[in-house]
Design a protein around this ligand. Structure first.
Ligand SMILES: C[C@@]1(CC(=O)O)C2=NC(=C\c3[nH]c(c(CCC(=O)O)c3CC(=O)O)Cc3[nH]c(c(CC(=O)O)c3CCC(=O)O)/C=C3\N/C(=C\2)[C@@H](CCC(=O)O)[C@]3(C)CC(=O)O)/[C@H]1CCC(=O)O
Ligand SMILES: NC(=O)c1ccc[n+]([C@@H]2O[C@H](COP(=O)([O-])OP(=O)(O)OC[C@H]3O[C@@H](n4cnc5c(N)ncnc54)[C@H](O)[C@@H]3O)[C@@H](O)[C@H]2O)c1
Length: 212
């Protein structure tokens, strides 16, 4: 079994080419959309679910069969047609520096995609290394419930608070203690209950070095 190496790629303004426009392509487009990648779909036909993204110009559709030049400048390539020969041709045409995913042949892929839950900057990913995509999906659903929408706001608060604390205290024990104190469970609870004043008061106290 392959031991995959998990990393978070910065795809902003980089080109990702998906060859094929079916159900798998739609799933891959959905996971690429939160990034600022330039998403290009190469396919004679596309599934209905892709149409709104094309109309909104969130992705570019080239209505054509695959040719090697379609891969020019792509950093990420996903071969997701229902024709093994075409997926093979995509892999063959790729340069050594381009990362290729084969929807029909995991063992030939340079990377595979995890199931992902996003809560603002918090990104939770699950992979079974392909052993059971259905289990990855199930664990994702459990995580989505545990780390619910409140985390969006909670993480934004933590991010702002961290900036204020690092601006106020130099590196060292006091800064570390303040950052640690930000993780008190009550901060999450106050966020959940909309008790923003409580949260703010706690932060102000930390910034004054009161509880440290
Ligand atoms: C996580 C998720 C993200 C995504 O798709 O982006 C994802 N599959 C999801 C769901 C899912 N996929 C399948 C089922 C039906 C149940 C089943 O078959 O078990 C379900 C469950 C469902 O839909 O409920 C069918 C399936 N999947 C693969 C094969 C081919 C094979 O096994 O060879 C077949 C059989 C095809 C066939 O024969 O018909 C392969 C892959 N699927 C992967 C990712 C990669 C490994 C992930 C890992 O386990 O780490 C890999 C290698 C693709 C890659 O990335 O290269 C997404 C979660 C959606 C979400 O986020 O909610
Ligand atoms: N990785 C996964 O999670 C997963 C899940 C299910 C299936 N699969 C594999 O992925 C493949 C695709 O599945 P799907 O459900 O998206 O199929 P699909 O039939 O919905 O879509 C196939 C797409 O490929 C396009 N296509 C065909 N020939 C082409 C060419 N020459 N150039 C460009 N595009 C071309 C078609 O127009 C269509 O849009 C399956 O054959 C299967 O092997 C993978």
């Amino acid at each position: 079994m392959t031991n995959y190496f998990p990393i978070h790629l910065n795809l902003d303004y980089k080109k990702a080419v998906i060859v094929g426009g079916g159900h798998v392509a739609l799933q891959k487009v959905a996971s690429l959309l939160p990034t600022k990648a330039q998403i290009v779909v190469i396919s004679p036909e596309v599934t209905e679910g892709l149409q709104p993204f094309i109309t909104a110009q969130q992705i570019t559709w080239h209505k054509k069969a695959f040719e090697p030049s379609d891969l020019d400048d792509a950093i990420l390539i996903i071969a997701a047609t229902n024709d093994t020969a075409v997926n093979e041709a995509v892999q063959e045409a790729a340069q050594h520096w381009q990362l290729v995913n084969r929807a029909d042949q995991q063992s030939e892929s340079d990377f595979i995609m995890p199931a992902t839950v996003r809560r603002g900057p918090l990104v939770l990913t699950v992979s079974t290394s392909g052993a059971s995509p259905a289990l990855a999906r199930k664990i994702k659903a459990e995580l989505a419930e545990q780390f619910d929408d409140v985390y969006d706001d909670y993480i934004s608060f933590l991010q702002q608070a961290r900036l204020m604390i690092t601006a106020k205290f130099d590196k060292g024990a006091q800064r570390r203690a303040a950052l640690q104190a930000l993780l008190a469970p009550s901060l999450l609870e106050w966020t959940r209950n909309g008790e923003i004043e409580q949260r703010e008061a706690y932060l102000q106290q930390l910034l004054m070095g009161d509880t440290l």
